[in-house]
Design a protein around this ligand. Structure first.
Ligand SMILES: Nc1nc2c(c(=O)[nH]1)N[C@H]1C(S)=C(S)[C@@H](COP(=O)(O)OP(=O)(O)OC[C@H]3O[C@@H](n4cnc5c(=O)[nH]c(N)nc54)[C@H](O)[C@@H]3O)O[C@H]1N2
Ligand SMILES: Nc1nc2c(c(=O)[nH]1)N[C@H]1C(S)=C(S)[C@@H](COP(=O)(O)OP(=O)(O)OC[C@H]3O[C@@H](n4cnc5c(=O)[nH]c(N)nc54)[C@H](O)[C@@H]3O)O[C@H]1N2
Ligand code: SF4
Ligand SMILES: [Mo]
Length: 649
């Protein structure tokens, strides 16, 4: 028996906390992962999803060998092949596609399954060098990009929240989705008596831990923000000096909110007028206050209007003058993630396709050239994209050659022609930034790759070599690839020793007279048709999107796909707690279990978690019901979903 060793690493998942962890290795096997005690943000804990990450690595269901399809697409029948056969097969097919259709007929498709610079970006070097189609857009918080583009700051160092005196969690379920952030909010409560207010159609774990919960009707947040601005202006509680200084259209904005009295807001948002009045006054008086908003309220056709309205409100309150005040959606360290993809390898200007229209791109018969070769990694589009049946229709195309890099044979991998086994975070070297704080994190491999799993850097090098591509960037080691994302003043050796470094960007500044605050206020969302309920599909506590939905412990904790419904809606339909129900609309239908609960407002139902199609007992892919609709900036409008619910036969 050898003594245990401790290896510094970090959680690679798409979460705002980017925790630093310590993996304990004994006799060549990882026996635990624990949150780093020294890391100021992680503070010794991981989360309920990840605190046994080694179980994922050692799972009996792990993909550990390359596979080739041996049945119809989607069925999940595969046969084992060697790496030589796999690389050869991909290179041959990609070359043939380039020959016949040109390189733009190849499409890479990936997201944040791993946030590591190597796992996420290395393969892009290959596609850049080949001249493949590019992709843009995001399935997550695309709407808030408009703030960035126009110069509205959308975040600051979240550790500053300890100075806040009022924290509005506006559609943000931090205790489930980024619980390390909540620590700083509780600290603010302890230090300054800060009040925490949750605005959420559901009384979540987070809402229960707040001082007040406002169960707003989903999609009407812009109206509430207008009402709050209205009251602040009427009461002389707006910081007009600050707002005029930084904005270009204050008068228009004042005009726009003038008609939104608390009474009118109340009828649209489904909350009491005095709640609007009181919250607005508190927001005007308490300095600093912060609006902390999550991703879900952006997931509507009015996503951009929403983020502009909360930014305008934070500006009107003058909260940006103080540390811990303003708007918080996202925060990043200085880190040059995209550099790791080496866009300079591109010659010419290949077309770029929107990643959230994957179904459309794969099925569009007029697309010239059509997509004939697809490589997918770090995302599960057959589950997470809007109107997922269209994506599946595309993936079923017989003449489409699909390669999927995965840990598990999930819904997407089942449509692949070739599946390649990726290493997990315990088996590879990587470096990553963050989207919820200011730390850069490094991950040392704790163990060697299991069986035949390979890092994405290694897979990129094998393909480049087999395709005869000579650019040196295509033959760099994983460590070189990772290091290429670092800012020049971060020393790799220091980072290797410490595991992380805080690298804050300069504090957001404001140019004079620049920001647009007004944008018209939509008369709230499309009203649901008679008998219809609005369906929300938020994050579950134990899954990370569709990741972990196959892991026994996390599945057991989530029990089964469950639709939350208010008792009044259940009574109207003669439905009772615990029964199976059919959730349906013009696009599809799902069978799930019903939970009748006061924790959701009337008129709204919620199906948390991205369940897979397999096993059939828990088959419930919520995106079978979500429409092909997007905000103007391309954010899938997952919340624009209206359903009927009836008892299952
Ligand atoms: N446990 C867990 N953690 C995760 C994830 C996960 O899947 N599971 N996913 C990660 C990812 S990718 C992301 S983007 C983040 C997202 O983190 P969050 O944005 O916190 O997650 P959501 O659950 O999508 O939405 C937050 C809350 O918004 C509410 N909401 C929905 N629509 C509206 C609306 O119109 N108005 C208002 N005011 N509220 C609304 C929902 O009821 C929900 O409780 O979480 C990350 N962390
Ligand atoms: N209806 C509805 N749809 C949604 C959302 C919603 O709230 N409602 N949320 C949206 C949001 S905010 C997001 S961010 C997306 C998330 O969508 P995705 O980014 O697709 O997230 P996951 O479903 O977790 O899929 C990530 C995949 O990456 C794999 N993976 C993890 N690590 C690695 C690695 O190192 N290598 C490889 N090759 N694979 C790895 C995992 O096994 C998993 O299958 O979903 C969106 N879709
Ligand atoms: S998912 Fe988030 S909270 Fe959980 S360990 Fe990873 S970074 Fe930390
Ligand atoms: Mo996300």
């Amino acid at each position: 028996m050898s003594p245990a060793t401790q290896i510094k690493g970090c959680c690679p998942l798409d979460c705002q906390d980017t925790c630093a962890w310590v993996a304990t290795v004994k006799d060549g096997r990882v026996i635990s992962v624990q949150g780093s005690r020294e890391h100021p943000f992680t503070r010794g804990t991981l989360c309920a999803k990840v605190n046994d990450y080694q179980e994922r690595t050692y799972s009996a269901d792990r993909l550990l060998h390359p596979l080739r399809r041996a049945g119809p697409k989607g069925e999940g029948k595969f046969e084992r092949i060697t790496w030589d056969e796999a690389i050869d097969g991909i290179a041959t097919r990609f070359s043939a596609i380039i020959e016949e259709y040109g390189p733009e007929a190849l499409l890479p498709h990936n997201y944040l399954g791993s946030m590591g610079a190597v796992q996420r970006r290395a393969l892009m070097r290959l596609f850049h060098a080949l001249g493949a189609s590019q992709f843009h857009g995001s399935i997550c918080g695309a709407a808030s990009n408009i703030l960035d583009a126009e110069g509205h700051p959308r975040g600051f160092d979240p550790e500053e929240m300890v100075h806040s005196r009022l924290i509005i969690l506006w559609g943000s379920n931090d205790l489930s989705t980024c619980h390390h952030h909540f620590h700083f909010m509780k600290e603010a409560r302890r230090l300054n008596g800060a009040r925490l207010v949750s605005i959420d159609p559901r009384r979540t774990r987070t809402a229960r831990a707040c001082d007040e919960h406002i169960p707003i009707r989903p999609g009407t947040d812009t109206v509430l923000a207008a009402g709050m601005a209205h009251v602040m202006l009427r009461e002389g509680l707006a910081d007009l000096e600050f707002a005029r200084e930084v904005s270009s259209d204050l008068d228009e904005f004042v005009q726009q909110v003038s008609e939104w009295t608390p009474e009118r807001v109340s009828t649209v948002c489904g909350i009491d007028a005095d709640v609007v009045e009181r919250l607005a006054k508190e927001f005007g008086v308490k300095k600093p206050a912060v609006i902390r908003t999550g991703i879900a309220p952006q997931q509507s056709v009015n996503g951009e209007v929403f983020v502009r309205s909360v930014s305008a409100l934070a500006i009107l309150g003058g909260h940006w003058r103080f540390s811990g005040g303003g708007l918080f959606i996202e925060a990043y360290p200085v880190f040059y993630d995209l550099q790791a993809a080496r866009p300079d390898l591109m010659t010419g200007q290949p077309r770029s396709l929107d990643m959230v229209r994957l179904g459309q791109s794969l099925t569009d018969r007029s697309l010239e050239p059509p997509i004939m070769g697809l490589m997918i990694w770090g995302t599960n589009p057959a589950v997470v994209q809007p109107n997922v049946e269209l994506v599946r229709e595309g993936l079923r195309r017989e003449n489409l050659f699909t390669v999927v890099l995965e840990h598990f044979l999930n819904d997407t991998a089942r449509y692949a022609d070739i599946v390649l086994p990726s290493t997990t975070q315990l088996e590879h070297f990587d470096i990553q930034g963050a989207w919820g704080h200011h730390y850069i994190s490094l991950n040392h491999p704790a163990i060697a790759p299991i069986e035949q799993a390979k890092s994405h850097g290694e897979i990129m090098r094998l393909l480049a070599k087999r395709m005869g591509l000579g650019a040196p960037a295509l033959h760099e080691s994983d460590e070189q690839i990772a290091a290429s994302a670092l800012p020049p003043d971060v020393d790799l050796e220091v980072l290797k020793a410490n595991g992380w470094v805080k690298k804050s960007p300069v504090r957001p500044g404001f140019e004079k007279g620049k920001l647009r605050l007004s944008e018209g206020i939509p008369e709230a969302v499309k009203p649901p048709g008679a008998g219809h309920l609005q369906l929300l599909t938020p994050k579950s506590h134990y899954f990370l999107n569709s990741s972990f939905a196959n892991m026994p412990r996390q599945r057991k904790a989530e029990r089964q796909p469950t639709l939350d419904m208010n008792p009044s809606d259940a009574a109207d339909r003669g439905l009772s707690d615990g029964q199976q129900v059919l959730v349906k609309n013009e696009q599809g239908a799902l069978t799930v279990w019903l939970r009748v609960t006061e924790t959701i407002r009337p008129g709204v139902v919620s199906l948390p978690g991205k369940w897979w199609s397999v096993p059939v007992e828990t088959e419930a892919v919520a995106n079978m019901l979500t429409p092909s609709s997007w905000s103007p900036g391309g954010q899938p409008a997952y919340n624009e979903t209206f359903v009927e619910v009836v008892g299952a036969a």
